[in-house]
Design a protein around this ligand. Structure first.
Ligand SMILES: Nc1nc2c(ncn2[C@@H]2O[C@H](COP(=O)(O)OP(=O)(O)OP(=O)(O)O)[C@@H](O)[C@H]2O)c(=O)[nH]1
Length: 906
């Protein structure tokens, strides 16, 4: 570029010369005058200095956005009769200029330089080619000139010859008009033919070469494929040999192993595709992918090579050595939990259990010993742990001071209604408790301790046996001795028999008190006979039961009874420590309006003091006040003493164990733990009580027998059933009739069934409301039968574990007969109220009188007012007639049922 003077430059940039000179001086240039020349490089130097000086390097703006706004007006012509409108139109334009960075500029410069070089090179090549072409052209032109000169010479010679022949003076040949020969090079036909021939030859050669290349390529491909096949077959053969030798696991690429390479190919492709689609293939990079992306991947061309099980081997190595786990087992463990602890499937564990003769499903629990066998069978190590670690630690924390000392026996008095339980207790206590009772019937469970001249005895006075059994069912043994009161004039009655069953089930010694001996009608021998028939054989008759004849009225024989009690207590060697934190059992509890929860506790060990923190079952609280049975406040009570306490948040259950704890936090933890455990136990019980599970439960300690509570309509059928059921027993399985009786199924029957793990079978009898509700709540299996062999078949099936489909009766409705009237059409008709469910015209019915079946058949008619109806619902009145039954009475119940066939499973 040309140089300029300082002045010219100053003019160009619009600056005074002096300023420019000063800036040039700062830029390190030594220009002094306006006429000094400024070269291009000096200009660049000055420019660089100025940029630096203005700090443009760092914060120089890279982007400039220009906005331009133009406003114009637009006139619209009038539409239909309207006025013309002027519309302002504003146009806004935004333009962004992005300044290229210096680097970009440098890159551009480099690129430009390279481009320039490339262009130069191209130009040079072009020039060389042009020069070459020019040389060729020049040569051609020279040759042409030579040819033209030769032709002219020839023409001149020909003209000369002609002139000679004509005798004319020779003239300058150049002045002769000689026809001008066209000097343009024309291709001769020969040349054209040769050129075409050469082109054809070239094409043919090209064709041949292409074909040869094709053949060579195909041959190469064929060879490559053959080689691949060969390799694949070799791998397959090797794998097959290894499999035969047993030196390697069977290859998972089965088609490949069989030499079916094509199939293996396809399989591997399909697998690969599947994996890609799953997102787990070799191309998957992990992380979340949208469905579209996955789809794209699924179709992406992937390098497909022959894959085998070995080539696709996962990075994770399956452990070759078997893992041996330490399996922690509590007192019971659910099968699925056990399987999980061994990292096995539930069905594997069930299989092992079946081999051991245990039929369980995965949700059932098995005991510690059985679980340990399974664990060892499966090659692991069993570690026993206590389920009740929390409770254990709590118990450990209780310091047991003092040695055991003899303690008073705790006695429960049982017997049939009005046989004189309360009178007897009264006689013993010398207090007229019976006189103060409403209607003379004991209203609540009481506990009393009596100081007799021969020692202290604690009595539990219970109305029936519910509390006793409830306590037993919770595993608490509060009673040491049962006194069975039998009226000498009445003999063994249903509740007497029940009491015997309960005492036996609880394994508590029995002392029989034959009461009312003062009565003339007293017949103690008959009573003893009847007792013997029940398996209670008096000592006098060679048995082991003490029998005391007495009169609560006269007091005769009371001392003998106390003697018998204390003798029995001695035999039992009853002892307990009197010091340390108290432990015991809840006898009874209630909510008192003024005082809150009131619980009667029986201290069994240690001493209970006022202010102690009492943990009873699932609740805890401080014993605010201790009251004895006479309502007197006491400060402390020792073993075998009953006491009423206030201070618990709610009424605990009868039979709940209690203990005094020092640490409130621990009390809370244990209370919560017990709540959860009770829930589980309830669920397990519900399972175990089902007749279907009887067989499954066999082999466990308590289930080598089928336990039954049996109630029947009449003594005859009861005896027949009892005998038949006993006959079903084998060496391995026995039928144990825990209790049997005549009449409706009562709540106490269900309680007994609950505590003994029995099923309740009713033969032509029904459960009363309380019993039915209890069965439902506690999951006790309650079944009704009206055909003996059906009952026997079910029990037999339960014993053998081969349960045929169950024919279960569902009671769908119940109505009470309110009034009976005569109908000319139907004879005796009954006006009824539907109490439960619905009555159906076409379903089978039974007539019940005091919950005992008196007739079984079907309805003759079912009417609402005057209309025949197929169904009458709960809460409605209806009229009905029973086909073939005339003896219908007011108060009878009509039960409608249906038969349901249920497939059973163990
Ligand atoms: N003659 C006679 N009557 C007695 C004797 N013992 C009790 N009785 C009477 O039998 C009836 C029932 O006595 P209770 O002591 O209330 O009988 P219970 O077994 O406690 O009755 P519940 O509380 O209803 O279970 C009362 O009328 C007593 O007077 C006795 O030794 N001789």
């Amino acid at each position: 570029m040309a140089e300029v003077t300082v002045k010219e430059l100053a003019d160009t940039v619009g600056r005074p010369v002096e300023t420019l000179l000063a800036q040039m001086g700062e830029a390190g240039l030594n220009h002094k005058k306006a006429t000094d020349a400024v070269s291009d490089s000096e200009k660049q130097q000055l420019l660089a200095h100025l940029k630096r000086a203005h700090g443009e390097q760092a914060g120089e703006p890279r982007k400039i956005t220009l906005q331009r706004k133009t406003v114009s007006t637009l006139k619209t012509s009038a539409a239909t009769g309207g006025r013309a409108k002027t519309v302002n139109v504003e146009v806004r334009k935004t333009r962004t200029y992005v300044k290229r960075s210096v680097l970009e500029e440098q890159e551009d410069k480099v690129r430009e330089a390279e481009e320039a070089k490339r262009l130069e090179a191209e130009a040079a090549v072009r020039q060389a080619e042009e020069a070459k072409q020019a040389a060729i052209d020049a040569e051609k032109r020279a040759a042409e000139d030579a040819r033209v000169a030769a032709a002219e010479e020839e023409a001149r010679k020909a003209a000369e010859e002609a002139r000679k022949q004509l005798g004319n003076e020779p003239k300058d040949s150049r002045k002769l008009s000689v026809p001008k020969v066209d000097v343009k090079r024309l291709e001769t036909p020969e040349e054209k033919a040769r050129r075409e021939e050469e082109a054809a030859k070239a094409r043919a050669a090209d064709e041949v070469r292409k074909r040869q290349e094709d053949v060579v390529r195909r041959e190469a491909e064929e060879k490559a494929r053959e080689k691949t096949l060969e390799q694949a077959q070799k791998i397959a053969a090797e794998l097959a040999v290894r499999k035969e030798d047993g030196t390697a696991a069977a290859p998972t690429d089965a088609p490949l192993a069989r030499g079916l390479v094509g199939v293996a190919y396809e399989d591997s492709f399909a697998r690969e595709d599947r994996e890609i689609k799953r997102g787990g293939g070799t191309n998957a990079r992990g992380g979340k992918k949208g469905p579209k992306k996955r789809e794209e991947q699924a179709f992406r061309q992937t390098p497909r090579t022959l894959t085998s099980a070995l080539s696709k081997k996962h990075g994770f190595e399956k452990p070759v050595e078997k893992q041996v786990y330490e399996v922690a087992i509590g007192e019971n463990i659910v099968v699925s939990d056990l399987a999980q602890k061994m990292a096995r499937k539930s069905r594997d564990v069930i299989r092992v259990l079946m081999k051991m003769g245990e039929m369980v499903n995965e949700s059932q629990s098995i005991d510690q010993a059985t679980a340990a066998l399974v664990v060892e069978e499966m090659g692991h190590t069993a570690v026993f742990v206590s389920d009740n670690a929390l409770e254990d630690s709590l118990m450990d924390s209780i310091v047991d001071h003092g040695d055991d000392a003899p303690r008073a026996p705790v006695v429960t008095i049982m017997g049939h209604v009005d046989h004189g339980k309360t009178s007897l207790l009264d006689a013993i206590r010398r207090a007229k408790v019976a006189a103060g009772e409403v209607g003379g019937i004991t209203q609540h469970i009481g506990a009393y301790h009596v100081e007799t001249p021969r020692g202290m005895v604690t009595f539990l006075d219970t109305p029936g046996h519910a509390a006793f059994t409830a306590m037993r069912s919770r595993g608490a043994k509060a009673t040491d001795i049962v006194i069975l009161v039998v009226a000498a004039d009445d003999g063994v009655m249903p509740q007497t028999a029940e009491a015997i069953d309960h005492a036996r089930a609880a394994n508590v010694p029995l002392i029989v008190a034959i009461n009312k001996m003062d009565k003339e009608s007293a017949d103690p021998d008959r009573v003893q006979n009847e007792l013997s028939a029940k398996g209670v054989v008096p000592e006098d008759w060679g048995g082991d039961t003490q029998i005391v004849k007495l009169s609560a009225h006269s007091g005769d024989g009371i001392d003998n009874l106390l003697d018998a009690i204390l003798l029995q207590a001695e035999v039992l060697e009853l002892r307990a420590s009197t010091k340390g934190a108290a432990q015991g059992v809840v006898i009874e509890s209630r909510i008192d309006k003024g005082r809150g929860a009131v619980a009667t506790l029986l201290v069994q060990k240690g001493t209970l003091k006022k202010g102690d923190l009492v943990l009873a079952g699932t609740m805890y609280g401080r014993a605010r006040a201790l009251t004895d049975e006479n309502g007197k406040l006491v400060k402390a009570v020792g073993p075998s003493m009953p006491v009423e306490i206030l201070g618990l948040p709610e009424a605990p259950g009868a039979g709940d164990e209690f203990l005094v704890v020092a640490d409130e936090r621990k009390a809370r933890e244990v209370a919560e733990f017990r709540l959860a455990r009770d829930r589980q136990v309830r669920m397990d019980m519900q399972q175990a009580m089902k007749l279907e599970n009887v067989f499954a439960n066999m082999g466990k300690k308590e289930a080598a027998s089928v336990n039954i509570v049996l109630k029947a309509d009449v003594r005859g059928s009861l005896e027949a059933l009892t005998a038949a059921l006993h006959d079903l027993g084998t060496d391995e399985v026995v039928v144990k009739i825990v209790s049997s009786g005549v009449g409706a199924i009562a709540e106490s029957d269900v309680t007994l069934a609950e505590s003994t793990g029995s099923v309740v079978l009713g033969f032509n009898v029904r459960a009363d409301n309380g019993a039915r509700a209890k069965c439902q709540n506690d999951g006790i299996d309650l079944r009704y039968y009206s055909i003996i062999y059906e009952l026997l078949d079910d029990v037999k099936a339960a014993m053998s574990g081969l349960l045929s489909p169950e024919r279960r009766e569902n009671i769908v409705g119940m109505a009470e007969v309110r009034e009976v009237f005569h109908s000319s059409k139907f004879g005796h008709a009954a006006g009824c109220m539907v109490l439960e469910g619905s009555l159906f015209r076409n379903k089978p019915i039974r007539v019940l009188r005091e919950d005992v079946v008196v007739f079984q058949g079907e309805l003759e008619s079912l009417r609402r007012y005057k209309d025949d109806v197929p169904e009458v619902r709960h809460g409605m009145e209806c009229g009905l007639a029973v086909r073939g039954y005339k003896d219908i009475q007011a108060g009878d119940k009509i039960e409608v049922y249906e038969i349901q066939i249920i497939k059973r499973s163990l």
